[in-house]
Design a protein around this ligand. Sequence first.
Ligand code: HMG
Length: 388
Amino acid sequence: MNVGIDQIGFYTPSYYLDLRDLAHARNEDPNKYLIGIGQERQAVPPASQDAVTMAANAAVQVVTPENRERISLIIFGTESGVDNSKSGAIYLQQLLGLKREARAFEIKQACYGATAGLQMAKDFVAAHPEQEALVVGADVARYGLGTPGEVTQGCGAIAMTISANPRTLAISPNSSVYSDDIMDFWRPLDHTVALVDGHYSNDIYQQFFQKTIHAYCEQQQTNLTDFQALTFHLPYSKLGLKALRTILPEVNEAHQQQWLTEFESSRVYNRQVGNLYTGSLYLSLLSLLDHAQGLTSGNQIGLFSYGSGAQGEFFAGTLQSEFQNSNRRKQIDEMLARRQRLDVNQYEEFFTQWPTFNTANVTIDPEPDDAEFVFTGVVDNKRQYRQR
Ligand code: HMG
């Protein structure tokens, strides 16, 4: 029996910063951002969007009358949690009206949280094939105004239903993992922006990729050429390309070209949105599914997940018969096209007004935000959410 991703939903807020504008404001050559970093636009959250609302806006796309009653595991991967105690999964369950006979919790290991959730959900469904799991990855990537990491910010959420006989991607039963105590990126409890040793983090990411992909091939007795495409956690899209280039010499020229072509397909959405932290690998997967040049069902793709601190994992997925979905692609194209462009002053205002974690009482006007689920403020230290 195959187990894996049945449906994928994606949400990103309706504002963005054009990185050419940011380059001019920061006295950088725009090509450093567009080519050197590989990003074009960056999603910017309004005060009415947080990890919970973004997760709900993504999850509502994949919870249907058919699967609603089967969802008995809800895993919320995030490093942008809204409470030190209560999990985002419980808020999500309430907002979506999911059944109460469910296990619902939040999981954190930097950008790796959604992969931990996916793997746990896969094992759960393998043991209980009549049930399904909802796994979300939702985050706001924040480094600070004028910092080197600023160009790699972004935000959004991915939601995936995990089921037996999935329509999109069957996940390999095995994977290779590697973890170590690394201070490449972290966020102390009282910080609202990440601390990062940027160049070191790039090196560790590539080392973990090398270790896990080769360990996977060895342990599973598989060849690199068995993968028709490779997808990566993309904090910024150039980093995936750098990792890919490290293993190109290990395959022939035709295969190199195929991987490079499909890599371009896998970064179309990420270039427009920026880093989603936990959701980034799955946004890249979605981008590949929606823009693949030469993939067909039955093809095998490799997925590399990385979360700073650090955890790496490489695993495989087999494309299923309905991996392409023209409605989903149309909706994403429309969502990205109707976003409003902020100038740098507006972006800086949005940035400083978000988040509002240290206020016991605050009212947020959600009116300008066209999302279905919005955050409307804090009353007596309790966050308030609304569905329109
Ligand atoms: P930087 O020092 O400003 O950039 O920071 P740079 O000087 O290294 O330049 C970047 C690239 O642009 C270089 O290319 C330049 O040559 C090129 P590379 O050597 O990398 O191939 N460049 C140009 N290209 C074309 N035209 C030009 C031009 N000028 C320069 N005119 C850095 C870059 C990524 C370090 C910074 O933005 C940063 O610290 N970002 C945040 C950290 C990060 O994203 N790390 C990624 C690995 S860790 C990870 O993935 C986990 C994470 O998602 C968090 C989590 O797990 O929760 C971050």
